[in-house]
Design a protein around this ligand. Structure first.
Ligand SMILES: Nc1ncnc2c1ncn2[C@@H]1O[C@H](COP(=O)(O)OS(=O)(=O)O)[C@@H](OP(=O)(O)O)[C@H]1O
Length: 374
């Protein structure tokens, strides 16, 4: 092999080898570069995620309404967020505690609203029980106190609508504000005033056997008067000196339902007034509550889990969710509801029943519905 041949042979064998080395070299340099780039990108993404998590934790913490959620759960939740819980922990905690979720997301929307529905009466009809049952519904907020605003007791109406609004509880946009004042039903002024506030407000009226209602009303008055040492004799009060039923005795007048309802029907259509059977509210409240729920456009909520019969109380009671917790506690109305009535002799009961027959008939015609009251 001469020098020329050797050189060309060498070229053939070494050039590809060098080329291979060069290619491998280039390849490994490129890989390292790519790796470095990928690593940088990962670091950047991690930094971004960490910063955004920190920011979100801060913003969650700032919107937590501590004035509304003041429970231990909420405190833990807030300190967890400030300790920079991971987003996952934040969301799983939110998911676990609906109260906090609601408060966090709705806090800015809470406001005072005029009532969208009012329980207008009748006194001793079961208005307290109905309102307490309804307050158990998550979409209902209501004042515990009777407002007596539209019936103008103690000149309240003169205080104005803004004063009335200020007395309302705060509610979320999807919650219905309610109030109950049994006096509204018999008030001369209440229908027009309520109509002026909102002509499409929904009205709920509980009617109970008028004779039972008279006795219940008498019992309440007697209990109150006994505290100032004045005894009441039912027979003397309910009958005139000639032995007729005393139409002017306030409990009798209140039980003459058609007189009062006529005033409301001058302004509100019957479809806007839901009448609850007060006797059935005592014996089978679930049925009545479901009907009210429907009338008020509320989601179905009442079931045997919420409403149960309490044997020792002798009345239906309710299970209410403990604030911020999944636990439920029983709640019954206090002893001022469901007082023992005095025994009334049969002849007097018959007389009262007889008296109310004609009035009840007028009412039944007015509402297109009958009750088994006699
Ligand atoms: N679940 C339950 N628990 C207790 N009491 C119940 C319940 N449901 C209806 N009732 C009947 O409600 C009657 C009192 O009616 P009111 O709340 O309208 O009275 S008031 O006008 O507000 O004073 C009260 O009347 P009396 O029994 O005559 O006292 C009760 O019979």
């Amino acid at each position: 092999m001469d020098g020329h041949q050797y050189a060309s042979a060498l070229k053939e064998t070494t050039v590809p080898r060098r080329l291979g080395q060069w290619t491998w070299h280039c390849w490994s340099v490129r890989t390292v570069r790519i790796n470095v780039l990928v690593a940088c990108a990962i670091i950047l993404i991690l930094c971004f995620v960490m910063f955004s998590m920190k920011d979100e934790s801060k913003s969650f913490a700032s919107v937590l309404p501590m004035d509304i959620i003041s429970s231990k759960t909420a405190e833990n939740f807030r300190s967890g967020i400030l300790r920079k819980w991971s987003q996952w922990t934040v969301f799983s905690q939110l998911k676990k505690n609906k109260k906090i979720t609601d408060a966090v997301f709705n806090v800015k929307d809470k406001s005072k609203k005029f009532p969208g529905a009012i329980i207008i009466g009748v006194r001793k009809g079961g208005t307290g029980a109905l309102l307490e049952f309804l307050r158990t519904h998550p979409r209902v907020v209501a004042n515990k106190e009777e407002m007596h605003f539209f019936s103008d007791d103690q000149n309240k109406y003169a205080k104005g609508m803004q004063w009335y609004l200020s007395r309302m509880p705060e509610s979320e946009p999807n919650q219905l504000t309610m109030e109950k004042t049994p006096k509204y039903f018999i008030s001369e002024e209440a229908p027009a005033r309520i109509h002026r506030m909102n002509s499409s407000v929904r009205l709920v009226l509980i009617l109970r056997n008028p004779v039972d209602r008279v006795i219940s009303d008498f019992t309440q008055i007697a209990v109150k008067l006994k505290t100032v040492n004045r005894k009441q004799n039912f027979t003397k009060l309910v009958l005139t000196s000639t032995g007729d039923v005393n139409a002017n005795y306030c409990p009798v007048y209140v039980s003459t339902y058609h007189i009062h309802l006529a005033r409301w029907l001058e302004l509100f259509p019957l479809t806007q007034i839901h009448i609850v059977d007060g006797d059935r509210l005592i014996s089978e409240p679930l049925q009545e509550l479901r009907a009210v729920e429907k009338f008020l456009g509320l989601s179905p909520f009442f079931s045997e889990d919420v409403v149960y019969f309490n044997v020792s109380r002798g009345f239906y009671c309710m299970r209410r969710q403990v604030q911020d917790q999944d636990a439920y506690r029983p709640f019954c109305l206090d002893q001022t509801k469901g007082r023992q009535h005095p025994s009334v002799e049969r002849w007097l009961l018959d007389k009262l029943e007889q008296y109310f027959i004609k009035h009840n008939e007028i009412l039944f015609r007015m509402i297109g519905r009958r009750f088994k009251w006699s």
